[in-house]
Design a protein around this ligand. Structure first.
Ligand SMILES: Nc1ncnc2c1ncn2[C@@H]1O[C@H](COP(=O)(O)OP(=O)(O)OP(=O)(O)O)[C@@H](O)[C@H]1O
Ligand SMILES: [Mg+2]
Length: 287
């Protein structure tokens, strides 16, 4: 699909498929078109050309979209005068989601203690946790999260990493955007990379894990060449909350090579992912 705003092309002929059972990272520098793509997935913006479906249907055509797809937009829309509890309660009461889910998701995201406080007084990171709680409210099989790491402290970053991996291990489809290569190296097992609105890479990263979807013959991943990776830690141990573990740029990324893009002439061809921040991100910024 493509999206133009006046004379500006934000997304330019991007095609990819996101599969269940793994975390798929949607990586690209600022202004690459990640949020625009996610808005089109969620039906918040219409593609100028092309189309997008979630589990076979446009988002708006799902009879109970919150139960189908949980989303975290970059800018969460919340009534700031409401408490976190009442924000979630309003959503379950208007969507038929069981009321018990409110307490369940508040526990899941670690907000039980502040649930009765006004959302307007929340820090950025606490607001992000509420956004994740909102996304999980309908216990959806698909999660689309735009920059969930933004505003989180190191403990929060480790928490979201593990949560995403756990949700994927449950068989859900987890699609998460970031402009941080280092973060995606620690979280994602598949990467869709865009730059200047164009698809640059669509590839597994790190050791592949067998999943129910792994044998799927559909679309992109089935045809993407496997990256050459040195043996890396199993995902579970690499991502566990380790005593003294440092989050973000201090963590060791899995050394890996992103194979050449399927886009002819892509600047990502043969890109080495040795030291994400030093090596790859500067190149991303030039694209
Ligand atoms: N509503 C809009 N009107 C005009 N231009 C827009 C609009 N939304 C996005 N753009 C432009 O489209 C391009 C892609 O923006 P987008 O927000 O999708 O990027 P992004 O990858 O999410 O960036 P970031 O990492 O900063 O969140 C940018 O050049 C942006 O200025
Ligand atoms: Mg964005």
């Amino acid at each position: 699909m493509s999206k133009r705003y006046g004379g500006k092309t934000a997304v330019d002929g991007v095609t990819f498929t996101v599969k269940p059972g793994v975390v798929t990272g949607f990586l690209g520098p600022n202004g690459a078109g990640k949020s625009t793509t996610i808005r089109m997935i969620m039906g918040l913006d219409a593609p100028t050309s092309g189309s997008v479906t979630v589990n076979g249907k446009a988002y708006a055509r799902h009879p109970a979209p919150l139960r189908e797809v949980g989303a975290l937009p970059a800018a969460e829309v919340v009534h700031t005068g409401r408490s976190a509890y009442h924000h979630l309660l309003a959503l379950v009461l208007t969507t038929g989601i069981p009321r018990r889910r409110v307490d369940e998701v508040l526990d899941l995201v670690g907000l039980a203690d502040v649930a009765r406080r006004r959302v307007g007084g929340f820090s950025l990171g606490t607001g992000q946790r509420l956004g994740v709680a909102t996304a999980l409210l309908g216990d959806p099989a698909t999660l689309v999260l735009d920059e969930p790491v933004n505003g989180l402290d190191p403990q929060g970053i480790r928490w979201i990493r593990n949560l995403l991996r756990r949700l994927a291990a449950e068989g859900r489809t987890v699609f998460v955007s970031s402009h941080l290569m280092s973060e995606m190296a620690l979280t994602a097992e598949h990467l869709v990379v865009i730059g200047k609105g164009r698809l640059i890479a669509d590839t597994p990263v790190g050791p592949s894990r067998p999943t129910s979807a792994a044998s799927s013959t559909s679309s992109s991943s089935a045809t993407a060449s496997k990256p050459s990776c040195r043996p890396a830690k199993p995902a579970s141990s690499a991502l566990a909350d380790r005593p003294g573990a440092r989050a973000g740029h201090g963590d060791r990324a899995r050394p890996c090579v992103i194979p050449g893009s399927r886009c002819p002439g892509s600047p990502a061809h043969g890109l080495m992912w040795k030291s994400p921040m030093q090596n790859v991100l500067p190149r991303l910024n030039r694209w």
